[in-house]
Design a protein around this ligand. Structure first.
Ligand SMILES: NC(=O)c1ccc[n+]([C@@H]2O[C@H](COP(=O)([O-])OP(=O)(O)OC[C@H]3O[C@@H](n4cnc5c(N)ncnc54)[C@H](OP(=O)(O)O)[C@@H]3O)[C@@H](O)[C@H]2O)c1
Length: 481
């Protein structure tokens, strides 16, 4: 690949697309073009064609797709086949129309027949019936491979297809209703550790074996194949090794540092006994995976934001106040916290107050890196969850005998801080960001484009006279207090 040429990554915000972005940037590509699905709906033929006519990308990575777990695949069968067929047909055809030099299409291991022998070789494609639950998705993905091959055969287009195994890594999905086994285990063990739960329950025996590839390894393999593979057919991308789910659970438990037990819910079924890709073709082409499973899990666990994965809250500006408060309430109770009181009627939004007996768990969960010693011996730490409405703001204020520690746990919010009464420029806070507002430091929280959820705890600065609700100076108050 020529580093000066233009690359289009379709699906750049997804787990795979974002890993491809990181890889290409590291390799020195700086002419990468992207569009979110809102900016360019790849199901829209005319919009896709106009985009390709305007941008004329030299290389295309097609990592945009409608994806989901078994439940979503089975429930939204029509959407899974329609969206994926349209995305592939439009992008592949427009790439051909507009002279794209090379295109890579990303499929998935579910394209292989349900009863195909293990490990799965590329030759097993279309040798038997598919798994019925995700047949529409698999048919769409098989069509993508066949389109690339057909365009190669008829027009000589250099379009190639790759089939990754189960992936994990940055930007994974931790919503327990939708997530794959590995992120679900990471979250379950982490939450059990934080809550000191005696055991973690696993579905089934844990004997089925699965293969896992770090998405950065996938991106490295994709780059390697863009450089070195120019043929029809597909190439599996995996590690070539699998692991029993129970051993995976033990590995995650170890990495997370959870001391409790693993228990099995044997009323739940085990899935397919084994799903492993044959990576002989990839190995013969000269590439093998470099990130060991334990190393990969460790880096994911260290880097994932363990708070925002728990929110899964819709904080869009369009969400009504009652709905936002209800979902924040559900969020707190799902984490095992009690809501002692709440105020939904502040001009800027409102807040939930948790009992002091929850303060330690609250700190451990939302502010895992603080020193617990700083909070010991005080009867009031005032654990709260603030909800700041879009475009609203709190008063410009400070405290004499405490600092406050805040963390954005959902949506978006901004802050102004200053050491004098003079307000400085506002700054947007990112999801998961922690800020400590020192005693005396003027500050104000404000809402930006949507709702913002901010966890707050007090850190007293005067042990002889701990702070209280009266310890607030409103330098400027929009609400006449
Ligand atoms: N994750 C895995 O374990 C795994 C394993 C094997 C294969 N794969 C394959 O890798 C590919 C990417 O998967 P992923 O895990 O990265 O998925 P993902 O995180 O859900 O990302 C999918 C991306 O597709 C984009 N997209 C969806 N519908 C679109 C539309 N109508 N128009 C424009 N863009 C659209 C989304 O863009 P916006 O963010 O802008 O909405 C999103 O960023 C898929 O083909 C999948 O089958 C994934």
């Amino acid at each position: 690949m020529d580093k000066n040429k233009k690359v289009y990554i379709a699906g750049h915000r997804g787990m795979v697309g974002s890993a491809l972005m990181r890889k290409l940037r590291t390799e020195g590509f700086d002419n990468i073009i992207t569009r979110t699905s809102r900016e360019l709906d790849l199901r829209n033929q005319q919009a896709v064609e106009e985009f390709f006519q305007k941008e004329k990308p030299d290389y295309v990575f097609l990592a945009a797709a409608k994806v989901g777990g078994i439940l979503a695949n089975n429930t939204y069968r029509a959407e899974f086949i329609y969206d994926n067929l349209m995305i592939e047909a439009n992008v592949i055809h427009s790439a051909y129309n507009n002279g794209t030099e090379k295109l890579m299409f990303l499929g998935s291991s579910c394209i292989y027949p349900k009863m195909a022998p293990q490990p799965l070789k590329e030759d097993y494609l279309l040798t038997g019936l598919l798994e019925p639950t995700n047949e529409p998705y698999a048919i769409a993905k098989i069509s993508g491979i066949k389109m690339c091959d057909a365009y190669r055969a008829q027009y000589g287009s250099n379009f190639i297809s790759v089939m990754p195994t189960n992936l994990y890594g940055p930007n994974d999905n931790y919503d327990l209703k939708k997530s794959h086994v590995l992120p679900a285990l990471i979250r379950k063990f982490h939450e059990a550790k934080v809550k000191n739960a005696p055991h973690v329950m696993m579905w089934g025996t844990g004997s089925p074996k699965r293969e896992f590839l770090h998405v950065d390894d996938l991106a490295a393999a994709c780059y390697y194949l863009m450089e070195n593979y120019n043929e029809e057919g597909l190439v599996n991308i995996g590690t070539g090794e699998d692991i029993a789910i129970i051993d995976l659970a033990r590995m995650v438990k170890e990495v997370v540092g959870y001391k409790g037990e693993i228990q099995h819910d044997l009323t739940k079924p085990d899935g397919t006994p084994r799903k492993l890709m044959d990576v002989g073709k990839l190995r013969d082409l000269g590439w093998t995976a470099g990130i060991s499973l334990e190393e990969g899990i460790r880096s994911v666990y260290e880097n994932v934001d363990k708070v925002s994965w728990g929110t899964n809250l819709n904080c869009d500006a369009s969400v009504a106040k009652e709905e936002m408060f209800q979902s924040a309430n559900d969020f707190l109770t799902r984490l095992g916290f009690t809501v002692e009181s709440k105020d939904e009627n502040r001009p800027w939004g409102g807040f939930f107050v948790l009992p002091e007996s929850d303060a330690k768990d609250f700190i451990r969960y939302f502010f895992p890196d603080v020193d617990m010693k700083d909070f010991e011996g005080y009867s009031k730490l005032s654990p709260k969850l603030l909800l700041v409405a879009p475009e609203k703001r709190l008063s410009w204020q400070y405290h004499h005998r405490r600092s406050e520690i805040w963390r954005v746990v959902g949506g978006t919010a901004g802050i102004v801080v200053s050491d004098t009464d003079e307000q400085t420029s506002p700054r947007d806070l990112s999801l998961g960001e922690i800020v400590e507002l020192e005693k005396g430091q003027r500050h104000r929280l404000f809402g930006t484009s949507g709702w913002g959820l901010v966890a707050e705890i007090w850190k007293h600065t005067d042990a002889t006279e701990p702070s209280d609700e009266e310890d607030i100076v409103r330098v400027q108050d929009d609400f006449g207090r």
